[in-house]
Design a protein around this ligand. Structure first.
Ligand SMILES: [Zn+2]
Length: 299
C-alpha cells in the first residue's frame, strides 16, 4: 500500500517538459520577469548546494565502505546488501537548504502577491517584507524539505511528507553505494561514483526543483493575496495541457477553498500539479459577473 502510494507520488513529481506559462503570468510582464529571475536564482543556489554536497559526500561513504570486507561478502552465493543511511548522516542538510533557498523563494512569493495587486487592481501594500510574503515563503521552503509550518508559525516535522529534497538525496546515495558494492569497487572508485551521482544528478535536480518550486511559491503568495482581498472563487488555467492540469481547467470556476485531487489522492488548492507545471489561476471576486458561475464540481 505504502509502495503504491509512493509510486503515485513519483508520478505526480515525474519530470515533464515545461508547460507553456498559464495565461495570467504574461498579463503582467514585470512580475512574470521577476518570477523567472527568482527561478534562475533558485536553480543557481541549488546547483551550488549539490556541488558542495558532492565534495562533502566522501565523508559519508568512508565509515561504511571500509568495514564491509567486500571480497568475503561477494564470495557468498546469496549476495544482497542493504545500505542504510543513518538519519544523522544528513542532519543539518534540511536547515542548510531552507536557508539558501529562502531568498529566491520569498522573491517568487512576493511576485505572486504583487501580480495579484496589479491584475485585480487591489493594492494591499505588498512588499518583500510583508508578513503574507514571509509566511508563503516559509510554507514553501518547509514543504521542500518535507516539513510544515504549524499554527504558531514554527517549522516542524511532517510525519507524512509527500516530498523531501534530502530524502531523494538519501535514496541516491544509497543506490550509488549499493551499485559500488555489487561491482566490488574500491573505496576510491566508490567515492568517485558517489560524487559524480550527486554532482551530475544535482544539476538536473536543481533545474527541476527550481522550475517547480518557484511557481509553487508564486502561487502560494498569490493565494494569500486572493484570500486576504476577499476572492470567493478560482479557475485553473492551463494552456493546452492534456494531463491532470487539463482536467482541472475543465472543472471551470470553483470555490476558493476547493481542493483539486491528484492521481495519488493528494489534494491541492493551487498549482503546481506536477514537476514543471506552469499553470496559473484566475481569482473571482463577489462583484465579478462570473461569480454566479462559481460552483463546487462535487455538488
Ligand atoms: Zn500544470
Amino acid at each position: 500500500m505504502a509502495d503504491a502510494y509512493r509510486a503515485l507520488e513519483m508520478l505526480d513529481r515525474a519530470i515533464k517538459a515545461s508547460e507553456q506559462w498559464g495565461e495570467n503570468y504574461e498579463k503582467d510582464p514585470e512580475t512574470h520577469g521577476g518570477l523567472i529571475n527568482s527561478e534562475a536564482k533558485l536553480q543557481s543556489v541549488l546547483t551550488k548546494y549539490f556541488r558542495e554536497l558532492s565534495d562533502r559526500s566522501v565523508q559519508l561513504i568512508n565509515p561504511y565502505y571500509y568495514n564491509l570486507k567486500l571480497s568475503q561478502i561477494q564470495a557468498s552465493e546469496e549476495f544482497t546488501v542493504d545500505v542504510i543511511i543513518e538519519d544523522s548522516a544528513l542532519d543539518g542538510e534540511d536547515t542548510t537548504l531552507m536557508n539558501i533557498m529562502y531568498d529566491p523563494v520569498a522573491a517568487a512569493a512576493y511576485y505572486g502577491a504583487a501580480a495579484g495587486e496589479t491584475l485585480y487592481s487591489r493594492s494591499i501594500g505588498v512588499s518583500k517584507s510583508s508578513e503574507l510574503v514571509q509566511r508563503a515563503a516559509k510554507t514553501t521552503v518547509a514543504q521542500m524539505v518535507g516539513k510544515r509550518v504549524n499554527k504558531d508559525g514554527l517549522i516542524v516535522d511532517n510525519p507524512r511528507p509527500e516530498y523531501s529534497i534530502s530524502n531523494t538525496t538519501r535514496k541516491n546515495i544509497r543506490s550509488s553505494i549499493s551499485t559500488s558494492l555489487s561491482l566490488g569497487e574500491s573505496l576510491d572508485a566508490a567515492s568517485k561514483r558517489l560524487q559524480d551521482v550527486i554532482k551530475k544528478g544535482g544539476a538536473k535536480r536543481a533545474e527541476l526543483i527550481a522550475q517547480t518550486e518557484a511557481v509553487n511559491a508564486y502561487q502560494t503568495g498569490q493565494f494569500a493575496f486572493a484570500t486576504e482581498t476577499g476572492a470567493i472563487g478560482k479557475g485553473w488555467q492551463s494552456i493546452g495541457a492534456t494531463d491532470i492540469c487539463g482536467t482541472f481547467a475543465k472543472l471551470g470556476l470553483v470555490p476558493i477553498g476547493y481542493k483539486y485531487q491528484l492521481p495519488s489522492g493528494r489534494t491541492i488548492l493551487i498549482p503546481t500539479a506536477h514537476g514543471r507545471c506552469r499553470c496559473s489561476v484566475v481569482w473571482i471576486y463577489p462583484e465579478d459577473s462570473r461569480s454566479k458561475k462559481v460552483q463546487s464540481p462535487d455538488e
